[in-house]
Design a protein around this ligand. Structure first.
Ligand SMILES: NC(=O)c1ccc[n+]([C@@H]2O[C@H](COP(=O)([O-])OP(=O)(O)OC[C@H]3O[C@@H](n4cnc5c(N)ncnc54)[C@H](O)[C@@H]3O)[C@@H](O)[C@H]2O)c1
Length: 368
């Protein structure tokens, strides 16, 4: 019989305990130890799980030969240092989003993981959620026609981060969903925002991403809203989908509405838009905790050697988009082209600030 995969979790603040709970209940894996620099957080975990070893120095996890994999749920500024040390110690690594603070850091982690045959997974949690998988299924079946645009709003009061702005904190959820639905990376990114509370850390941002065929997506992120909003609208040529993640059961609604222009007309009197109002419906979704699915996927990838749906590559693509957004923020919302190398100012592109190729996403769909 195969030995269960032994896991260590680093970071027991807000998100870490959710990861700990999920890894604790998964079969084929054993939560060996947790680490936090805060004794108070470790005390809390020890009360919940008395059998789990608690340490304050992450090196103890990396030096422990019986630990196969580490899960990193610290503030983003520590992701690269911890993941690099973990990979170099021969551990598979699961990193919370966003993967790191720069694409150079991500590229280094991807290279070390590849050279050592280790699984590197980034937690883009929503791609493991049933509503997002259902939306992708509906879109891929052609039910809504061609996508015209996607609009997403993720707003609430706090939690204010100290090392990243609200776009880096909240927009990764929307970006990962949008890239997965559209199956490609954007050509350009624009972002505007303001830092109202903490100097230089934007707490409100509006990002837009332009894709091929004039398709675009807008993402509004805020830590300064009185109401919590988690809403995405996907507008197709035939139907439209509204995804409200705060609904308990009816998270997705498909509206059979569209507007069409007459194919031709001779006089102004003949010209009329045709509005179509059909039935709307709520697809049944079998709810499962997305984080549990993500944790299970990590364990499965270690066991089988499969590449995660949200591997280091997807983590890197996310950081490239966030870097482009930060460049645009500093350039008064100018459009910034995605780049796989060092960003450089374009001389030839009108109004575009960074040059690059347009990489495609590998056409993978979440089949968990
Ligand atoms: N996937 C999601 O939906 C989701 C949701 C929330 C947060 N996150 C991500 O989870 C990560 C953690 O966020 P959080 O809100 O839990 O942060 P947090 O500040 O609440 O917790 C971080 C913990 O890490 C500990 N820590 C810091 N440096 C350490 C080190 N060197 N060694 C050991 N422990 C260390 C801190 O003491 C703290 O307890 C972030 O990357 C965040 O973006 C993801």
């Amino acid at each position: 019989m195969k030995r269960p995969i032994s896991i260590g979790v680093i970071g027991c603040g807000y998100w870490g305990p959710l990861l700990i709970r999920n890894f604790k209940i998964l079969q084929d894996c054993r939560l060996k130890a947790v680490c936090d620099v805060s004794g108070a957080r470790l005390k809390h975990i020890k009360e919940l799980y008395p059998d789990v070893e608690c340490v304050t120095d992450y090196q103890r996890l990396f030096n422990e030969s019986s630990v196969d994999a580490v899960v990193i749920a610290t503030p983003v500024k520590f992701h690269h240092e911890l993941a690099k040390a973990g990979l170099l110690a021969g551990k598979h690594v699961f990193i919370e989003k966003p993967m790191a603070l720069s694409s150079a850091e991500c590229e280094e982690l991807i290279e070390i993981a590849q050279n050592n045959g280790l699984v590197l997974m980034v937690d883009h949690t929503y791609l493991y959620s049933a509503p997002v998988r259902k939306i992708v299924e509906i879109v891929e079946a052609g039910d809504i026609g061609d996508i015209r645009y996607i609009n997403s709003r993720r707003l609430n009061l706090g939690l204010f981060q100290k090392d990243i702005n609200v776009a880096w904190d909240l927009a990764p959820h929307d970006i990962s969903i949008i890239l997965h639905i559209l199956g490609e990376l954007p050509l350009t990114v624009n972002c505007q925002g303001n830092a109202h509370v903490t100097p230089k850390i934007e707490d409100v941002t509006n990002m837009s991403m332009l894709f091929r065929h004039k398709r675009f997506a807008t993402i509004q992120s805020s830590w300064l809203e009185p109401r919590k909003v988690r809403e995405m609208t996907i507008v197709g040529t035939r139907r439209m989908i509204v995804y409200d993640d705060l609904q308990t059961h009816e998270k997705i609604k498909v509206y059979d509405v569209r507007v069409e222009r007459p194919p031709h007309y001779d006089t102004f009197a003949e010209f009329q838009y045709s509005y179509h109002y059909g039935d709307s419906y709520i697809p049944h979704i079998h709810q499962e905790e997305p984080l549990k699915m993500a944790c299970q996927h990590f364990v499965d990838c270690i066991a089988t050697g499969a590449v995660p749906i949200t591997s280091g590559r997807e983590g890197l693509e996310m950081i490239q988009i966030l870097e482009a957004a930060s460049t645009s923020l500093r350039a008064n919302c100018a459009p910034v082209m995605l780049t796989r190398t060092e960003p450089r100012i374009s001389q030839s592109q009108q109004g575009l600030r960074v040059v690059s190729e347009t990489p495609q996403i590998g056409g993978k769909s979440a089949t968990l």
